[in-house]
Design a protein around this ligand. Structure first.
Ligand SMILES: *Cc1c(COP(=O)(O)O)cnc(C)c1O
Length: 821
């Protein structure tokens, strides 16, 4: 296919503007231009998409499907035109028309169909699959409202709905030809077929229609366009015309509303998994539709013979959210395709693999039988049968060890344990960083590891450099390319070649210069959104991620309070200027997380308005953290705050985005930080605090007393008392008092300082002193920066995905052929 010319492109934009809005270029609004540009590019995409689908079909090769309740995709346009190689032509065409590409991109709403790391990982994986030319696709939910929009009002988080479709959605195609029925409730009846064989049938069910919306996932420079298929829920009957005609309007649309509820809104809980009825409905809805779709596609080639199913299809379960897919596939095989239990089960366990994302106990999904049984009666029967057979296996293996058998039982205490079901029903179980996988094997899932050692694997997370370096940081990207060529875009290990410039002062000065320019870009954004001016010569010290106690934003802000106290006591204190930057959403029901947001903002208010400190420190809280904001933040960071309680952060991926953009890690030895430091060298990071095994021991001994830190660590008692003496204002909510109590006394039956904030305080402050010292030595700093960038190669999601492809899915690269004319 010929690449599109500027002239053709211009005509297409105009055509789309006329068609969609009846407007010409002169009177079009920004988002209208965005829409028209996107549609023009989609015209080109659809041909590549068609070729990819045909190529996959004809190849007969195995396909992988990534089932995830969350895809945090961010914006599509910028990324898509880069991956297509259209950036130059789009940019120049727009310039000739008097528009700026960046401005037009800003008109696009983020696709925030995820909470944080887990959903963003899914998005990075799709990008890597397509770029590696691998036949791998996503399946998820098309939430009408994604992650809420956060505003900060009086220092408090306030949530607003995220109506991301309101200005149109040019990057998806509604597929009326791909819709399925998903059945809830009702009863199970036993029927007999022609030859007298019994089978199960669901009757008196409530049926919901799943309709597909397809999003193209465009590989970088290779013609591959894979598919992200998201399901929307609607009612079968829409609404009752009869009731409507009887003027019973609300009743008339009730069924429709109830069905549409299923894909109405993303649950905004990052880690805590409340066992809500609607959430279970969402999970079953999207997994059932996805499996029906996968089976339809398989049968169109192989008919009713399922012998090849497991060698043609791999399904990855992203956390426990889609694990109900295991009994659902069993149901379809048993009740519909009439396979025997043993045949069906053997296929299932070969097809499924499960990724564990966390060891926080509140995150492990368990469904009450009283919920799952009435909602999914046949699925519950199948889970019971899976468990019955599993227990028989255990009895043989561990005769008379009832304690162990009880512990491993998928059903217990009136609940179905989804993680257990996932392990029993999968051939591979993986953690997301080396430490995390080791903790799973030796602690959290120890019994399971003993039972199925062959199932356990590690797949350290990664991020796509196309979005997080090439798109987010064009200046650094161009500079790297000028030094080592552009192969790093598809092989991040190439960055290692930067090491030959480690003693080249000019190169290192240029890196510093680019960092400064990116800080200016962020400073401009800060000024526009908060009205606060920040000094771009100061250290940009950044902590951006979901707000959670284990991530310890509280440790960061307590340190800032202490630094401010020191500066007040001694205005001549010799410190480097710092701009502390936070961004974080808290789950709406997570009160303590919201208290920490309020605390950060109250302290920011005081510090930013205190003229006596001459602007030496500033504290910025940027509202509504999301992918498109992250893309401005990471390139501008000097310091990456990765300060979770050791053993609690499974991997982290923000840490990787910082590294590849040349920020230094201040961190604990937790999650992927360990591997980051291993690659970059410990001398090029600022490591502090308890190690995972030390945290474990402290918990086991149960002797930790935070008052020891309170009395011994200089300045700490003052900081803590300032939480309750009125120095900072929590608008009489008692929020700061609760933080104080949780640190020193323990609240709601918890031990004090569950996350060892005070225990790590002194060590953290030491690490921050080292930061100041290092930053003053520009020679040292720029060297550290270069070392971090040069050694970030391991953290490409291309590496992660290649490992999944080789070690779990067994899929191969397929070169896309041309099937048009
Ligand atoms: C990368 C990313 C995350 C994950 O950050 P962590 O620091 O790994 O928790 C969350 N949200 C957004 C928008 C991201 O881009």
């Amino acid at each position: 296919m010929k690449p599109i010319t500027k002239e053709e492109f211009k005509n297409k934009i105009e055509l789309n503007l006329r068609r969609q809005y009846g407007k010409s270029l002169e009177d079009a609004k920004k988002y209208e231009i965005y829409y028209a540009v996107s549609r023009a590019v989609m015209d080109e995409v659809t041909e590549k998409w068609y070729n990819t689908k045909k190529t996959y079909q004809k190849s007969g090769e195995k396909q992988a499907y990534y089932l995830s309740a969350e895809f945090l995709m961010g914006r599509y346009m910028g990324n898509n035109i880069i991956n297509l190689g259209y950036q130059k032509v789009v940019k120049e065409t727009l310039e000739e028309l008097g528009f700026n590409l960046n401005d037009i991109e800003d008109a696009e709403m983020d696709k925030g169909l995820g909470n944080g790391g887990l959903g963003r990982l899914a998005a990075c994986f799709l990008d890597s699959l397509a770029t590696l030319g691998l036949p791998g696709h996503g399946y998820g939910l098309r939430y009408k409202y994604g992650m809420f929009e956060q505003k900060i009002e009086d220092g408090f988080q306030v949530e607003y709905p995220d109506n991301w479709t309101k200005n149109g959605t040019p990057w998806e195609i509604k597929r009326l030809d791909r819709s399925y029925e998903v059945k809830f409730g009702g009863r199970v009846e036993i029927h007999k077929d022609e030859i007298g064989k019994e089978y199960y049938k669901r009757v008196e069910t409530e049926n919901v229609i799943a309709t597909a919306y397809d999003v193209p996932i465009i590989g970088y420079g290779n013609g591959t366009v894979n598919t992200l298929r998201l399901w929307e829920a609607t009612s079968e009957s829409g609404f009752s015309l009869k009731l409507f005609n009887e003027q019973r309007y609300e009743k008339a649309s009730e069924k429709g509303v109830e069905a549409e509820d299923i894909s109405r809104v993303l649950y905004p809980n990052d880690t805590e998994r409340s066992g809500k009825w609607l959430r279970l409905k969402q999970q079953y809805f999207f997994t059932s539709a996805s499996l029906q779709d996968i089976i339809r596609r398989y049968k169109s080639v192989y008919g009713n013979n399922f012998d090849k199913f497991a060698s043609k299809i791999a399904i990855q379960l992203n956390d426990t959210h889609p694990v109900v897919a295991i009994p659902e596939l069993m149901r379809i095989f048993l009740d519909y395709e009439k396979l025997s239990w043993d045949e069906a089960w053997s296929i299932c366990t070969e097809v499924f693999a499960y990724t564990n994302h966390t060891i926080l106990s509140e995150a492990l999904e368990k469904w009450d039988i009283t919920l799952i049984q009435p909602l999914l009666p046949r699925i519950y029967q199948i889970i019971e049968e899976i468990n019955r057979r599993f227990i028989l296996e255990l009895r043989e293996k561990y005769p008379n060890n009832y304690e162990k058998i009880n512990k491993l039982s998928v059903i217990g205490d009136g609940k179905v344990k989804m993680a257990w079901l996932a392990i029993v029903g999968s051939h591979a179980v993986n953690g997301v960083a080396r430490l995390h996988t080791e903790i799973l094997k030796n602690e959290e899932l120890k019994d399971w590891y003993e039972l199925y050692p062959e199932k356990f694997q590690n797949k350290t997370n990664g991020i796509t450099q196309r979005r997080w370096l090439l798109e987010a940081n064009p200046k650094l990207s161009d500079y790297i390319t000028s030094l080592i060529g552009d192969k790093w875009i598809t092989n991040l290990e190439e960055l290692k070649k930067l090491e030959k410039f480690e003693d080249d002062l000019e190169v290192r000065n240029n890196l510093m210069k680019i960092k400064k320019e990116n800080k200016e870009r962020l400073a401009k954004y800060i000024l526009e959104t908060t009205g606060i001016e920040v000094d771009t010569n100061s250290i940009f010290d950044v902590q951006v991620k979901r707000l959670h106690e284990y991530k310890r934003q509280l440790l960061n802000i307590l340190h800032i309070m202490d630094l401010y106290n020191k500066l007040k006591e001694n205005p001549l204190l010799d410190i480097e200027s710092r701009t502390f930057i936070f961004a974080a959403k808290a789950a709406p029901g997570y009160r303590r997380a919201k208290s920490i947001i309020k605390l950060i903002n109250s302290i920011a208010e005081v510090i930013n308005n205190d003229e006596s400190i001459n602007g030496k420190i500033k504290v910025i809280f940027l509202e509504n953290y999301r992918v498109s904001l992250a893309e401005i933040i990471f390139p501008a960071a000097d310091i990456s705050e990765q300060i979770s309680t050791a053993g609690k952060e499974a991997s982290g991926t923000g840490n990787m985005k910082f590294m590849v953009n040349g920020a230094m890690t201040v961190g604990t030895l937790d999650g992927a930080n360990i591997e980051i430091v291993e690659e970059a060298g410990e001398e090029n990071a600022f490591i502090f605090g308890l190690k995972a095994n030390e945290v474990k021991k402290l918990v086991e001994y149960g002797k930790y007393n935070p008052f020891e830190e309170y009395h011994v660590v200089d300045g700490l008692n003052k900081v803590l008392e300032q939480l309750v003496d009125g120095t900072y204002d929590d608008n009489r909510t008692g929020m700061f008092k609760d933080l104080y109590n949780s640190l020193l006394y323990g609240v709601d039956g918890n031990r004090p300082d569950v996350y060892f904030v005070l225990k790590d305080f002194a060590s953290y402050r030491d690490a921050q002193l080292k930061v100041t010292k290092a930053y003053r030595n520009k020679d040292k700093w720029s060297h550290m920066m270069l070392k971090n960038i040069a050694n970030a190669g391991k953290f490409s999601s291309d590496r992660t995905i290649q490992e999944y492809a080789d070690e779990i899915w067994n899929i191969k690269k397929i070169a896309v052929k041309n099937y048009i004319d």
